[in-house]
Design a protein around this ligand. Structure first.
Ligand code: BGP
Length: 463
């Protein structure tokens, strides 16, 4: 074995609009659920400016070119294109992303665009958000508009970021709190919106390729007790496979259907759903991976409230089905997320064997508190270590036959974390600001930047 990545491996880096752009009201943009969201901790980040990528995109893309990435994953803010969610197009929004795309292409970087990353236009949230079928119609209009606007230049597309997480986490990050029964109707609408994205991409983008972008975490049973294994089966199904089975096979799986039945939840299908879901499929799977999860069968109702409070934490509970527990064999990061590189390989193998579609990693990385030294350096060996361990396993997965064609970690530049503000940094590029103080928002290259650059340039993990 050469222990090198394939020659044409797609190295990249990822961000999302609402976590980086700022300019939340500029040039005609409408508000989104991220702009109106009430943050738990009011100290947390001035998200209206974020990393000010809206005004720094040229500089940021120039730095990414220096990093040597081949692909840049970013999302379009739907509310920049349609401030009212649908109908009237905001030309300034169209132009902005046209400029971003052109800047990428000038530097020989392929844009990979997520249609929607957690930032539903507020006007649509006001009519019920994804609970209302009209939001699917609005999404159809939006998706067709961007495919037509950018499809001649952009060939890699991603649908809606992590609907499986949107379903599971505390809804405060995505809009208002809703009852569990309604969540699954929302989920179905998200799934149908995705199916239309597959359809329109294939119809409107010549040689376009599109994939779903779920967050996949393999779920382990806490012990070899048969009931713990059953708990893992259910959580694997609800968290991972329900979503991808629908995308890739056009059906919900039986474990998931049983889960819904036991919870007395039914999903309403529209007359056209059956045809659309069975005729439109992805070209590849984009996978976000941070950690794995471990569950047991809950035996007594303790103080834990049902639900999940943090997308990757153990703090999950679904009475009768599963309860998250600590995996004693794994270390955790500063923010209590488990680190499991071996689980990364197993997840890739499981995913590939289940769907037989090419895979690209569109998120993986370490959120940490970084320090900017007086001489403007950022020494982040912990991040290098995390990436190295995961890439070693990715390479093993490739050597074991998994068709992994790219790796675009989280994140290109520092951004506002979903839960922890700017203090939890992921970037290869440091953005100089704090939660409260915006400073000059200057960019500095971290040690991990140089490490990743070397990796890309040699196609080999640096020793
Ligand atoms: C993923 C989201 C990203 C990103 C990441 C890290 O689920 O797609 O938007 O935020 O998680 O999460 P956090 O920001 O909470 O550390």
């Amino acid at each position: 074995m050469s222990h090198k990545f394939p020659d044409n491996f797609l190295w990249g880096a990822s961000i999302s609009a609402h976590q980086t752009e700022g300019a939340y009201k500029s040039d005609g943009k409408g508000l989104t659920v991220q702009d109106t969201r009430i943050r738990d901790n009011h100290e947390i980040a001035n998200f209206t400016v974020a990393s000010d990528h809206y005004h720094h995109y040229k500089k940021d893309i120039q730095l990414l070119a220096e990093l040597s990435v081949k692909v840049f994953r970013f999302s379009i803010s739907w509310a920049r294109i349609f401030p009212q969610g649908r109908k009237e197009v905001n030309q300034a929004g169209i132009d902005h992303y046209q400029n971003v795309i052109d800047e990428c292409l000038t530097h020989n970087i392929k844009p990979m665009i997520t249609l929607n990353h957690f930032d539903l236009p507020q006007v649509l949230e006001d009519i019920g958000g994804w609970s209302n079928r009209k939001t699917v119609d609005a999404f159809k209009e939006y998706a067709q508009t961007v495919f037509k606007a950018y499809g001649n230049k952009v060939k890699y597309w991603l649908t809606i970021n992590e609907p499986n997480i949107m379903l599971l986490v505390d809804q405060k990050i995505l809009g208002k709190q809703i009852p569990i029964k309604e969540k699954y109707q929302q989920f179905h609408h998200l799934m149908m919106a995705e199916k239309y994205a597959f359809k329109f991409c294939h119809e409107l983008v010549e040689n376009g390729q599109i994939g779903p972008v779920p967050n996949i975490s393999l779920v382990y049973p806490a012990t070899s007790k048969p009931l713990d294994n059953q708990a893992a089966l259910y959580f694997n199904s609800v968290r991972n496979w329900a979503y991808l089975d629908f995308s890739c096979f056009g059906r919900y799986n039986t474990v998931f259907k049983d889960y819904l039945k036991q919870k007395n939840i039914s999903i309403t299908f529209s007359p056209e759903d059956e045809t659309v879901m069975k005729e439109n499929f992805p070209d590849f799977i984009a996978m976000n991976f941070y950690t794995t999860m471990t569950v047991e069968k809950p035996m007594d109702k303790n103080n834990m409230s049902e639900g999940i409070s943090d997308q990757q934490s153990e703090d999950i509970m679904d009475w009768g089905f599963y309860k998250g527990v600590t995996n004693p064999y794994l270390k955790k990061n500063q923010f209590n997320w488990t680190i499991d590189p071996d689980g990364f390989k197993t997840t890739l193998q499981t995913l590939y064997d289940r769907y037989h579609l090419p895979i690209i990693i569109t998120e993986n990385g370490l959120g940490a508190k970084d320090d900017l030294t007086e001489d403007k350096k950022i020494h982040d060996p912990y991040r290098i270590d995390y990436l190295k361990q995961h890439l070693e396993q990715a390479l093993e997965a490739i050597e074991a036959g998994v068709d992994l064609f790219g790796y675009s970690p989280w994140s290109a530049i520092d951004l506002i974390s979903v839960h922890e503000g700017i203090s939890k940094r992921y970037g290869f590029i440091y953005v100089d600001r704090t939660e409260k103080e915006l400073k000059q928002l200057r960019r500095y290259k971290k040690d991990s930047f140089y490490w990743y650059q070397k990796l890309i340039q040699t196609n080999k993990i640096p020793a």
